[in-house]
Design a protein around this ligand. Sequence first.
Ligand code: ATP
Ligand code: MG
Length: 368
Amino acid sequence: MFQREDWTAFRQLETLGQRAGVGRDEIPDVVAKELVDNALDAAGACEVRLDGGELVVMDDGPGIDPATLGGIFAVNRPQRSTKVLRRPSRGALGNGLRVVTGAVLATGGTLRVSTRGRAFDIRPRDSDGGSDVVELGPSEHQGTRVQVRLGGDIAFDADALVWPQVACDLASEGDTYAGRTSAWWYDSDAFFELCQSAGDTTARELISLFEGCSGNPDEATAMGLQVEPIERKGDRTVPVADYVSDEWSEWLQTHRVELNAMTTPQFLEWLDAKMAPYDAGKVIPPTELLGAELADQARRASREQVVERILREADADRRASEAFESLRPRLAGVDVAAHVRAELEREPSERWTEPVERLAKEIAADNR
Ligand SMILES: Nc1ncnc2c1ncn2[C@@H]1O[C@H](COP(=O)(O)OP(=O)(O)OP(=O)(O)O)[C@@H](O)[C@H]1O
Ligand SMILES: [Mg+2]
């Protein structure tokens, strides 16, 4: 039975594209965008340019601890981000540098990182998905500078700078949202990951990090909401979010107001008022970007049509259902419950669907 580790998908262009959610031709664009996103996350502004065929992305942020470079610029890095607490202004998956490093590995390109005054060559390894880091010497740059050259028949061109340029331009405009994270920005996997990484944080503390989930008592009393007295057992104190004043922190030890003290119309009005300051209307990007998006969509649409036609001509549906029918005896023979139990015992952070998916792939692959 063949097993394939997840990171191996990052070392070939075709599968790397699947991971990055784009076609092969757009990989340089994604590499540039991921690096610029990180620079903007770290510093709020950045410089991006093409130097010969080399992409250079520079920021004046805090830099990256050199000791961690080999771990984060590596395709086998667990997909985990330092940014589990989501903000609208930055990334969150921990996938960006895997894609960047994967593109370098897949094309035989080069990757240099200068940070905190030191320059390094990063050489991703095909064998185990790790990376060797070779120090090149001092660098005048204190923030982070990443230089990438792709190899083979794939290269950066001016198109690759369109998205990054727009991101840089947008980053320099308007106000940066300074509120707390919002529950709307998480799907269940992301929320699960946040809870997993929360360590000793209590549920109450965690909730207090979310916008609109634990309001200021000021607001509640001004709205005339029903206040409930509460008694605490022993001398336990209630932790209170740090934006609450001392006076209200004291008050919260013996009182509370539940969100459900609001009527539904009151609740909707309150939510709308909370969202209003951030509502800048629908975002419509500049003409250049709209044109690029149209070309992009047209490319995808024509690819889909070609793929569809080829699949039809090859009678793919019939062949797929025959292949599936031939798996039935094997499927009937597995104890899927026992398999899932054993796998989750080995890797408790997984969802039950993951071992099922792996098993299905193995069975299908065996059949080939
Ligand atoms: N220019 C930079 N300055 C400082 N730290 C950086 C920089 N680039 C990357 N990092 C660090 O490396 C980590 C990994 O970056 P990566 O792009 O892989 O994931 P991410 O930005 O957390 O999530 P996403 O999948 O949305 O890109 C970041 O979380 C950040 O801690
Ligand atoms: Mg990123």
